[in-house]
Write a new protein. Sequence first.
Lengths: 721, 343
Amino acid sequence: MRRSQWFWLAAGWIGFAILPWYNLALLSAEAWPASGLFLAMTGEAPWLLPLVLPLALPLIFATRSTRELGLALVAAGIAGLAYALVQGFALGLHGWAWPFLEALLGETQATQIGFGTGAMVLLFSFLFLMTEGLAALGWMKGDRFTTGSIALVIGTILFFVFLPVSNILFGAAVPEGDSSAIASLFARLTDADIWSLNCLVENRRCGVFWNSLILAILTGVITTLLGLSFALVATRTNFPFKKPLRLLTVLPIITPPFVIGLAIILLFGRNGTVTLFVADLLDIRATRWVYGLPGILITQALAFTPIAFLVLIGVVQGIAPSMEEAAHTLRANRWHTFKRVTWPLLRPGLANAFLIGFIESLADFGNPLVLGGNYDVLSTKIFFAVVGSQNDPGRAAALAIVLLSLCVGAFYVQRRWLGSKSYTTLSGKGDAGRPSELPQGLRWICYATALPWATFTFILYAMIMFGGFVTNWGRDNSFTLKHYLGNFGIEWTEFGLLWSGRAWNSLFTTLEIAAISAPLTAGMGLLTAYLLVRQRFAGQSAFEFITMLSFAIPGTVIGVSYILAFNEPPIELTGTASILVLCFIFRNMPVSIRAGVAAMSQIDKSLDECALTLGASSAQTVRRVILPLLRPAIVAALVYSFVRAITSVSAVIFLVSARHDLATSYIVGRVENGEFGLAIAYSSALIFIMGAGIALIQFIVGERRISRRQTTDALSQEAPA
Amino acid sequence: MKLSQKVRLLASTAGIALSLSAGAASAESLTLYCSVGEEWCQAMVNGFTRATGVEVAMTRKSSGETYAQLKAEAGNPKGDVWWGGTGDPHLQAAEEGLTEEYNSPMLEKLQPWALSQANSSGHRTVGIYAGALGFVYNSEVMEDKNLPAPSCWADLIKPEYKGEVQIANPNSSGTAYTALASLVQLLGEDAAFDYQKQLHANVNQYTKSGSAPAKAAARGETGIGIVFMHDGVQQKVGGFPVEVVAPCEGTGYEIGSMSIIKGGPNPEAARKWYDWALTAEAQEIGASVNSFQVPSNASAKIPPEAPSLDKVKLIDYDFKKYGSSDTRKALLSRWDQEIGSLN
């Protein structure tokens, strides 16, 4: 047996024989942390005893040939996984979960308790024993790292995305009244409320599908173009204030819920400064023009441009200058070079940025809620079908299916557009070219879009900072510190430091959870991207689509589906911090995947092959060759998942608990109560904390170093290697 | 034999007897799902812990969210008491058996409307406060545009208020549903939909949340909002130039309710909370944190800012009928067809 095989087998034995089998938080405080083996031997849970067999099997075959051992490992892994899961689900809180078992085995008094550390460790070691076996049998060219990663990613995504989501989507087919399941599903999916095109023929509203589609396309295009012009200004011009500009570009990724919406209302609402000014100037009546499509577009463009920028800047930097130089040598002018060389090479970045913008816009719920006016979109409809006065989960599920199909559509269009061309520009060959300058006209277009937008961002954030220091923002602008003291007061008492502010508790929890989930999210996402770009296996496109599921589904639905799936043993997670971390990982992972896919399709495969030929393992290749070249994508992934874990609202509404309350639910509570001062002060503090977090991430990950010729005009940001 | 007995003893004293009720044995605690404003929730929790020593873990969510959560958690409930929030979802939860029947000794101290809420649900829920539906208008906007202050439902459909009225969408907001049901009871169903079609010409937005029109009126984003009067009072106390009006023809109201969650982990503590929350002292906490609903305990002091229900002409709101899911579905789908689909 190999060392890694011994390792997973030992982990399995430790999980089964030493670590506590059940989740201690669910047992009484004085409960003894008994292992699975102990529970089985003492007769407390005799049904756990058969798990000894798959753990013993590899030992029996330890000295046999690689092939026989491999078969034994696969068999042990599959049998162990299957049995452990089946016993977990078959026995419910109140006896058997499945009626046929009761008929077969009679009634039982035994009940199931949520899996603890031991059970989890055992499950994972079975999974990896299986992949060790598969690798030994020659799967994926016998690569253990790849087989292991594929199984890990597929297994967890099936468990934490596919299972809960499909479970709740089946709600669309729950029979309504006397009609059959199919008829109800059909009726819900073809509702005029979704598809109607009445607005074209008479004075009625169009279906919510069209609203969402138009909004998503516009947002996708606008964020991609804005992101691109920022990326071009940052890399291909000699704009003097690149650092502050970059900060302003990334800043709106931090949009605390509702506060941006309020700032927009104060500027552009009927009573807003800008609206009143323009109305005065043109001598017209101030209108509520911002409520509806314009308002949602402004806020979404603001919120999602940074992520498009982060995806695109990596791609723009990655384009090999030698190709552009070659074009110049062949007498192409700047504009021609951009059109025929640079732009086509930007495609993976553009496509992935657009896809993110499109899907983010579809799933966004906070901005349409505040500024949507009468412009209904799918995500708000879904939210209120779940929690509104209709309370119709079937309708919510049907709407979610429509939303998902939109995403599938976008996903396939994106794939078709990219086609099967090669976008490789980062190869092992020394590439000492110089990035071509932008054509004159294009440079001015970039300036003309990027700079006003950056100014607008600056004004908005300055307003928010200001709002935290006044008594009643927009009404009574006298200076006060009471909001900050109320949130973040610290007292020195005789027992030591007292965190007397009301926000400390949720702030600490939020930061802890964000700090735990961000690296996990980025890691899982980039690993998945690696599998998608660099490996070929059956069912890859289906797998790629499933990874997007949790992203495309509105948070509310994810929240409810997580309660439905993880409130009862064997996986009982509600009320814990783990459910929040898991939700963040699987919900925010798709952005890491997209960033990783876009960046990795630029890196020449020959680099990997070179490393492999020189005797490195896949794991080593990833660590020493691919990861260093992926730095921009790593930054994008980490920043996004860190910030999203702090600012996400809809998914966590159902998952927070008294012990694990999050900053956003505190802010929403304040806003609902009309205490904007407290909400804004808290948001301002979060903006600073997240800013510091982003800077820290940048610092730790560092810049990617690609050897490029040093340019005299400092065009290129990158330092020579 | 002896050895296995020993092991058994060890195992059972260790408390690994596989029963879930084990958690209840430790120091008394309570998990509260609270559906009013954060401040009020927190004040109630502190008051209860001071009065009884029971530790409370509180989560605040809107009543619709809490109802959705109760349904999702039904197989293994995590909460004990659901306190606050408009009555309809509480009645729905009672209808679906998600909440527990309880006859509190405090019931006799309550106002008749609170009791009728208990009776119509088989004592699975009870009224804890009431709030009447009304208008809130921004006096600065009215002055600027030279508009008279509205005082009746009939005023709102006058053409001079074009684009000045805001109300929530009854599909998403319980407040707007209460308004819809009140109009139906006040005018009759067909006349009520006729009225709403005329009102539609003046409505600038059907908001998602029920209290949003009050906030919009406060900031002058709309002239008039149709909301619960206590939401308007809250903006007024918050320093905004708004006035609150009770419609002259009469109006409907909500009964904020409380229910014990069926199968919750701490049933004892839940009943303790229930009894305490119906006392006069507990009900006077609301006014101290700017929540001006009318308390259900007959001897609790009514805050002076609260829109006293004696001065408001209240209709005889049929909570049982209009809270039932059939009536609700019928009214909402008619609203969708006749009002919601208009441009």
